[in-house]
Design a protein around this ligand. Structure first.
Ligand SMILES: Cc1ncc(COP(=O)(O)O)c(C=O)c1O
Length: 389
């Protein structure tokens, strides 16, 4: 059985799993795929070893989280975020997106408003309506931060729109703009959530991919904030194991947790046993691998920023977290930059999917979680396309 496909691209031979969504999209075409958010780096050796041992057992019945796995999550939160979580607060999930759905379905009533800020990871825009709720979205603004432009909250507009909401879907760190929200920003959001009595669902899937500073979980601001917060986390993005489908919600408030579990009942499957095994190994033994990964991502982010900000008509702000760059092409004078760069041999995410209407049609998102040779080849293609057109 063949599990891998050899892609010959930009003079580089790349071996990717045959089931890779990202690579399959452009199979047989000379397009470097820097769209969907997974990376080209094999996961930590300790994770592979744990999976090999688990597979060798040959038994794959229904799984149930076990004490040392739960302890690894508790220890991870304590060590990384000084957050003492009670094992009872954990609800295991096969993905973060199901967690967004469950938050929408378990808070308030059909027709209630769900607030979020754009541009945003596309499911944040579709999940409220899919769950019988009403989306209330507001654009982030570009502001001066530390001498350069950065994406920020319009707190007055947030205040006004939150009035009509019951739930706040927060993306922290934020995909696609790459902001790791500062503590003062989190406090302002928390004050507004309290003022309008909102439940907050804080998607922190990228929390372990903070490239500058430290991540502060929203729920750790205060016990009162913890009591109104559903935190979603996973080892999936950090350790490149999204295909194993293992994540969890942390819900200190017993009533919110009960309603969340009730919404999942009979619909959301158990987490698969390989995902659980990978999770424990990642949190227990992945620290050194993650540190090396973060160095690579910091270096790639700097390279992308240098090239993009050197091109006429393109600009981006600093990536503080994630392996994604949100690129503003509005000055380029091209209607659909994603199609333009695809034509030039680079497959990016189309900004149009990250907000209402056509608001972000002239933005693109570039995934730099790849080998430097491939990233450099993609950037060279973008430079060539911009300078010859
Ligand atoms: C902010 C955010 N939430 C959730 C997800 C997807 O989570 P899952 O694959 O676990 O459903 C992604 C994937 O890119 C993401 O960026």
């Amino acid at each position: 059985m063949l599990f891998h496909v050899n892609y010959d691209i930009a003079g580089t031979s790349v071996i990717a799993p045959q089931d890779s969504t990202r690579w399959r999209k452009y199979a047989g075409r000379d397009v470097i795929p820097l769209w969907v958010a997974d990376m080209d780096f094999p996961t930590a050796p300790a994770v592979v070893e744990a999976l090999q041992q688990r597979v060798a057992e040959g038994l794959f019945g229904y799984g149930h989280p076990w004490p040392s796995l739960i302890e690894s999550v508790v220890a991870h939160c304590a060590h990384e975020y000084q957050w003492a979580i009670d094992p009872d607060w954990l609800v295991w999930l096969p993905g973060l997106v199901p967690g967004l759905h469950l938050a929408c379905r378990s808070v308030g009533q059909p027709g209630d408003g769900v607030f979020t800020a754009t541009p945003i990871y596309p499911p944040f825009l579709s999940v409220p309506a899919d769950s019988g709720r009403r989306l209330l979205s507001m654009p982030l603004i570009q502001d001066e931060m530390d001498g350069m432009s950065g994406w920020a909250w319009d707190f007055a507009a947030t205040d006004a729109l939150m009035k009509a909401a019951r739930l706040f879907l927060l993306c922290h760190p934020h995909n696609p703009v790459g902001r790791a929200w500062r503590e003062d920003e989190l406090w302002q959001l928390a004050a507004l959530a309290e003022k309008h009595d909102l439940v907050v669902c804080s998607d922190e899937i990228h929390c372990d991919l903070t490239l500058t500073g430290r991540h502060r979980p929203f729920a750790t601001l205060s016990p009162e904030i913890a009591a109104r917060t559903i935190t979603l986390m996973a080892p999936s993005k950090t350790f490149n194991i999204a295909g194993l489908g293992c994540s969890f919600a942390i819900i200190p408030n017993a009533e919110l947790r009960r309603n969340f579990r009730a919404a999942a009942h009979g619909i959301v499957p158990h987490v698969n046993v390989l995902g659980l095994a990978a999770c424990e190994a990642a949190y227990r033994h992945g620290a050194a691998w993650r540190a090396t990964l973060l160095d690579t991502l910091r270096s790639n982010a700097a390279r992308v920023e240098q090239v993009i900000n050197g091109l006429p008509g393109l600009s981006m702000t600093r990536v503080e977290a994630t392996f994604l760059a949100w690129i503003d092409c509005r000055e380029m004078g091209i209607e659909r930059p994603a199609a333009f760069f695809e034509q030039a041999g680079v497959g990016l995410s189309d900004g149009i999917d990250f907000g209402p209407g056509r608001e972000y049609a002239r933005f693109i998102r570039l995934n730099f979680g790849t080998k430097r040779t491939l990233l450099d080849a993609a950037l060279a293609r973008m430079v060539e396309a911009c300078t010859t057109n």
